[in-house]
Design a protein around this ligand. Structure first.
Ligand code: XMP
Length: 519
């Protein structure tokens, strides 16, 4: 394992649904951390990782069950600060000589209130009132604390809600400080890392220099190709790699004719003219739109686009000649090795290929400089690299582009109308200062024409639907509650400014049962 220069905290994962949130809280404190499943953390791993502190996550198992997960016993002899959370607290107690019980009356789920017993540095800033709200989710509870530990906080069903052995820097909490429902939880992490001596050296500025050095070391004099979609991840990855190796990088931007108004020019101008990057602008509109002609089934359309994309990317990448590496904007949530209890003892590793299968097919090695970052860190790095804020904060845009916003057959005429309507809608959203409040917004052109009257004449034009949602990760979503004034003004503008549309609707479906896109 490579040893970076920044301080590191290790999170040992016992399979909690919210382990990733621990990492989020720590990264917000400028502390670098990694999540690793308990199965792989042994003495050699600990020595190699060389953490400055360790956090034991929650998990669904019961420490009272034989064969249930444990932390390596040697961890407790290394002189490192350790914080145990929920299951992590329970295994820590048992491994250090305490006791855990399961059964009737020990469970506690949801909101609870902890009251203080003693003062403790971990609790600095807590208990300004006489109690703190916390979020509990446990079936078992600690019935006897380990020798050396004392009680610092209790809740009605967790007499040992907060315990610590201060002399050894061991802390244990029964609740989850990382979740939103423990409103003051971030403070506990802040106090823990402060006591552990972290200086907060994980900043995007420092990361940028280190990542540039790592890219240079990995790539040497070889050539790298990168698929640029205009999305945030691939754009930031390309900027970073370009900063590291200059003209050894060539980007391929595939224009499939399904982009938004002005998008191809914006991406190409920014990267080629402003950043002087070697960029192949693959204008493949004829190919894609030709193959899509007459197709109306959503899955068929997606498959055609996916296959052509790979073919086209491969063709242009081969033109570069002698490239040994393919760059991808893979992020940390895609590579976390999470513990899979339902899948047995094996570890599930999610791997993410934006251009699936290509690296093997073309004999390329991967460069993934964003593998350690969360999405908001990628945005911060993008800013550090000088990408415009307006570009970095753009709403997500799907790979198949406008094709999945044009239900039924795709025609050039419909795409043109859709582009214009979308541009007016987004302009309205920006003018009303709503762009950054909305997770994703777009127009879909519907495969129906409706009768209208404009001036004294009859119209027979397309209807369109406006979509705007709020979401955290795209998995679930709520429609955005625009005012009637906004909707009315926007509908009027679209009908007046976009020939071909004479009716505007607003989609108020959440996900589920709908999806965000229309296809
Ligand atoms: P759905 O429509 O599935 O979309 O609710 C969830 C999020 O994913 C985006 N999306 C895609 N992104 N390739 C992508 O890169 C795709 O094929 C694709 N399909 C949907 C969608 O825009 C939304 O943000």
């Amino acid at each position: 394992m490579k040893k970076p220069s920044h301080e590191r905290l290790l999170i040992i994962d016992f399979g909690s649904q919210v382990t990733q949130l621990i990492a989020r809280r720590l990264r917000e404190l400028n502390v670098y951390c990694e999540i690793h499943p308990y199965q792989i953390v042994d003495d050699a791993f600990l020595a190699d990782f060389d953490p400055k502190a360790v956090i034991l996550s929650g998990g669904p198992d019961s420490v009272t069950r034989e064969g249930s997960p444990r932390a390596p016993q040697s961890l407790f002899d290394m002189g490192l600060p350790v914080l145990g959370i929920c299951y992590g607290q329970q295994t820590m107690m048992q491994q250090l000589g305490g006791m855990v019980e399961s059964g009737h009356g020990t469970a506690e789920f949801g909101r609870a209130f902890v009251t203080p017993k003693n003062t403790l540095s971990l609790l600095d800033g807590w208990f300004a009132e006489d109690k703190e709200q916390v979020w509990m989710s446990h079936g078992d509870h600690v019935s006897k604390i380990a020798p050396g530990f004392e009680v610092y906080g209790t809740s009605p069903n967790a007499p040992y809600a907060i315990t610590a052995d201060v002399s050894r820097n061991f802390y244990a909490v029964q609740f989850h400080p990382e979740v939103h429902h423990t409103p003051n939880g971030a403070k506990l992490y802040e106090n823990f890392v402060k006591m552990a001596g972290f200086t907060g050296d994980w900043t995007m500025d420092a990361y940028k220099d280190q990542a540039i050095a790592a890219i240079r070391a990995q790539v040497g004099d070889e050539k790298v190709i990168c698929g640029l979609s205009g999305g945030v991840d691939s754009s930031v990855a390309a900027r970073l790699i370009h900063e590291a190796i200059g003209d050894q990088l060539t980007c391929v931007f595939v224009d499939h004719g399904l982009l938004r108004k002005g998008e191809a020019e914006e991406v190409v101008t920014m990267f080629r003219d402003n950043y002087n990057m070697q960029l192949i602008h693959a204008d493949e509109q004829e190919l894609f739109l030709g193959e899509l002609d007459g197709q109306s089934d959503p899955e068929t359309k997606r498959k055609i686009i996916g296959k052509l994309f790979i073919d086209v990317f491969q063709k242009h990448a081969s033109e570069v000649g002698g490239a040994k590496f393919l760059a991808q904007g893979t992020l940390y949530p895609d590579v976390i090795e999470s513990v899979s209890f339902s899948g047995g003892p094996s570890v599930t590793i999610k791997s993410h290929h934006n251009v699936g299968g290509l690296p093997e097919k073309m004999g390329l090695k991967l460069v993934e400089p964003l593998r350690e970052l969360f999405k908001d860190e990628v945005r911060a790095l993008g800013e550090e690299l000088g990408l415009p804020k307006s570009f970095i904060g753009r709403h997500p845009f799907p790979g198949p582009g406008l094709a999945i916003r044009c239900p039924g057959e795709i025609t050039r005429q419909k795409l043109e109308i859709l582009r214009e309507a979308d541009a007016v809608y987004i302009d309205q959203i920006r003018k009303h200062g709503l762009y950054d409040e909305i997770w994703q917004a777009f127009v879909a052109i519907l495969p129906v024409r409706t009768v209208g009257v404009m001036g004294d004449g009859r119209t027979y034009d397309f209807a369109c639907a406006l979509r705007a949602v709020n979401s955290v990760d795209g998995m679930t979503a709520d429609y955005y509650p625009f005012t009637h004034e906004f909707l009315g003004e926007t509908a009027t503008r679209i009908i007046n400014e976009v020939p071909g549309i004479n009716r505007v609707t607003y989609d108020i479906t959440s996900k589920p049962p709908g999806t965000i896109e229309w296809e």
